[in-house]
Design a protein around this ligand. Structure first.
Ligand code: XIL
Length: 464
């Protein structure tokens, strides 16, 4: 499948209707009670729940007034994701001005109907608000950190899994990153986003999500290598999302690809499934479902819409219900596949099997140099994110400690790329294993966020 996303251009104008569908609550009760294994369940959510998985759909709060859409949504699905309403352009239309109206309604609908919520997406090169599109460098980096912090904090405790970073890898054979304003802030932008999300919502599963990763190919291998690196360095990543916007064929190693990621110690999820209408539609849906069921760490499947006429791939009729709300053959093949799983829930995955590699054996540089540090601050009423750049002097250093004095009443709530000695008063931030060594004149960045007022004044830096 080639690139189907041309971002904001694809947003269809829709009328926002602010009425909530009444009486929807009882319909989702099915999804809450998992029937005994082997008893065929009659809805996708209940059938998936037999093996401890979810079955979700993308929707929008303004669709809740559409009775046919919402009746199917509440009957069949036990997870939802916002098709657009949690994206950067929707949630932060002006810098530091947040709008959660649609997203809050979606989360409330999920809660009222016993559904879990996937969060989509904290950081993405597409569907950025205009003000962010025009940013670069440290300003964009700080804006990204602020966005992740504020949005993930707003929904803290209510999101099952967050797509922290969406679509950061390039198509084609390079296996490398996609060029974007975010990528140009430095290759570490992805791990910074994950560390920031972890600090804001420590209990959500944090996912990397992408497309054209439906098999072992250069792009999925690039992502695989990043995940392996993150796991070895303790970057908080919990899951990988496979969008699975599919055409009329499916890679034969679809399941093997999911499994190799699971073997790295992350969960996997099918996050945006839709399949072009054609002779193979039902069988491709079935094979994707069976692949997820066969991988113990595959948590669930989300389809990217409810009815064909709700789909962003309008004309391709890629969903499980037709425009009249009728179940299609693909629906039946998915339900039967979900019901074919006998036995109990998948065994709880073993603890992360990937032991971090030993520290590099190359001896550190001789050290003995000096360092300096500078802070740039992104503040809002009641909180801040500080980004600190540490720069070595005329000689290499093998470690550093930056001493920062916080105003009274200020508390550090999260730190990335450094180890903090405390959370208030004077705090020493020391390098972690991978960023202590700096060559002469070299620099690195760490950051922290907090409540209260950010630090003022110049920090002191001591080289070790
Ligand atoms: C799509 C939505 O479905 C459209 O309504 C919008 O116009 C553009 O974005 N990958 C993603 C999703 O991660 O966010 C995209 O959603 C589809 C491709």
């Amino acid at each position: 499948m080639k690139d189907r996303r041309d971002g904001a251009a694809r947003i269809r104008p829709r009328t926002v209707v602010m009425s909530v569908v009444a009486g929807a609550t009882m319909l989702a009760a099915t999804a809450l009670t998992a029937p005994a294994a082997n008893a065929a369940a009659s809805t996708l959510g209940a059938a998936a729940a037999q093996s401890g998985r979810y079955f979700g759909a993308a929707t929008s709060s303004f669709m809740f007034s559409n009775t046919q859409h919402t009746t199917i949504l509440n009957r069949e699905f036990n997870s939802i994701v916002a098709e657009n309403e949690m994206k950067w352009d929707a949630t932060e239309p002006q810098q530091n001005v947040f709008n959660f109206t649609g997203a809050d309604r979606l989360v409330a609908h999920a809660r009222a109907n016993g559904m879990s919520v996937r969060g989509h997406a904290l950081v993405w090169h597409s569907q950025q608000p205009g003000w962010a599109q025009n940013m670069s460098g440290t300003a964009l980096r700080n804006a990204m950190i602020n966005h992740v912090t504020r949005v993930a904090t707003h929904f803290r405790g209510q999101i099952h899994s967050w797509d922290v970073v969406n679509e950061a890898f390039a198509d084609g054979g390079s296996g490398g990153r996609r060029d974007s304003n975010l990528q140009r802030t430095g290759n570490d932008w992805i791990e910074v986003a994950f560390r920031t999300a972890k600090a804001a919502d420590p209990n959500a599963k944090l996912c990397y999500n992408d497309y054209n990763t439906d098999g072992i190919n250069a792009k999925s291998t690039g992502i695989y290598n990043m995940v392996r690196d993150f796991k070895s360095r303790g970057v908080p990543i919990d899951c990988v999302g496979f969008q699975s916007h599919l055409g009329t064929t499916l890679a034969s190693d679809y399941q093997a690809n999911l499994q190799r990621f699971a073997d790295l110690g992350v969960d996997v999820q099918i996050t945006e499934l839709d399949v072009a209408q054609g002779a193979n539609q039902a069988s491709i849906y079935e094979r994707v479902t069976r692949a997820c069921l066969a991988v113990a760490r595959c948590n669930g499947i989300t389809v990217w819409g409810v009815r064909d006429n709700d789909s962003w791939r309008r004309g391709e009729n890629p969903l499980l219900f037709d425009a009249n709300g009728n179940k299609k053959p693909a629906y039946t093949s998915v339900l039967n596949a979900l019901n074919s799983v006998s036995g109990p829930n998948p065994t709880t995955p073993p603890p992360n099997p990937t032991t971090p590699p030993p520290n590099p054996t190359t001896p550190p540089p001789s050290g003995g140099g000096a360092c300096s540090a500078s802070v740039s601050l992104n503040s809002w009423s009641g909180g801040f994110v500080a980004t600190v750049r540490v720069t070595a002097g005329n000689a290499a250093i093998r470690g550093w400690t930056v001493r920062i004095t916080l105003p009274g009443g200020t508390t550090v709530t999260g730190t990335w790329n450094a180890q903090a000695s405390g959370s208030s008063g004077t705090v020493n931030f020391s390098n972690v294993s991978y960023n202590g060594q700096l060559s002469a004149g070299g620099s690195t960045e760490f950051g922290f966020q907090g409540t209260g007022t950010g630090p003022s004044g110049t920090p002191t830096c001591t080289a070790t």
